[in-house]
Write a protein that binds this ligand. Sequence first.
Ligand code: NAP
Ligand code: GFB
Length: 322
Amino acid sequence: MSRTVLVTGGTGLVGKAIEAVISEKQSKDERWIFVGSKDADLTNINSSRALFEKHKPTHVIHLAAMVGGLYHNMGNNLDFLRKNMQMNDNVLLLCHEHKAKAVSCLSTCIFPDKTPYPIDETMIHSGPPHDSNYGYSYAKRLIDITNRAYHDQHGDLFTSVVPCNVFGPFDNFTPGVSHVIPGMIHRLHEIMYLKDPEKQQDEKVFPVYGTGKPLRQFIFSEDLAKLIIWVLRSYDSVSPIILSVDEEAEVSIAQLAESIAKSFEFKGKLIFDDSYADGQYKKTASNAKLRKLRPDFRFTDFDAAIQRTVDWYLKNYDQARK
Ligand code: NAP
Ligand code: GFB
């Protein structure tokens, strides 16, 4: 059976990782199309409909979203809510019209803030999300509700994946917008190579935002890409599936900063600037459902993935989103 797979958000961190994995092993009966906002503004139904009529997808991986780190969310909850609701409603309506299978993207940061751990797929709606990103969280939770409604009323095969924090090549390194890993990479690169050229490296200071105490699970974008492709081809339940590294792979922000400093061979001092918010202390998610379905899957070593991301940034500095 031949497939036409449309990847919205195809020019972003996760989309580019999927494109890299697919290009390594082309499947003869699948045509893959990766699109960004220049191909269609998905907050606009007419623009979205034109995109779907042009490509007539049989399958859609819906990644497009207004995405950002803690500090970007804190100041823009209305935009995160409205833009993501608009994109999600348009894309799912068009997937229905084209009878396409839809795989959308939630996030482990949308789960209830006050919750027993580890979090699992049954807990998405069992309490309010952390206040820092309620706009994004409710827009994402609505994807799960909408998926179920289309399935119940029309039998559409709409599902969603729930990644933990993602990082890798082609991330968004823009200060004030970025997530923690690209944020730290961008700042440490500036400290080492662009600021205070007269200072010796071991005299330089790398300020980590917040206390460094919060805990996070991080998945390398290449690993997430492989898992999303597997979900598209082989997972046919409307219920969301968490795509995260193991609970034991959780690291503190301080450990993360050490790993990034090691990748840069930074010889200076790390300090913690607690004038910056910490956000959620933890959002430890269980990947038991994934492990049961894919006991074979092996995640990339965390430090090796950090090194690959830092090396990519140094090599692609001019093109990187910063
Ligand atoms: P990203 O790098 O910021 O890329 C966002 C993508 O969405 C880009 O391709 C962008 O196109 C597209 N887009 C944004 N606004 C659009 C619009 N109005 N119309 C059409 N396209 C639009 O995001 P990402 O990190 O790859 O995230 C991909 C998905 O994973 C998102 O749904 C996100 O919520 C989810 N997720 C991400 C993380 C994480 O840590 N990064 C964690 C959990 C879940 P342009 O390039 O043209 O702007
Ligand atoms: O990736 P991040 O911004 O978002 O991580 P969340 C924030 C944590 O990293 C906080 C610390 O504890 C920050 O104090 N941190 C340290 C930094 N240095 C930096 C830095 O340079 N930049 C940033 N951004 N943080 C997001 C949600 O939560 O998770 C989004 O707000 C999204 O909606 C994302 O879903 C996956 O992990 O806290």
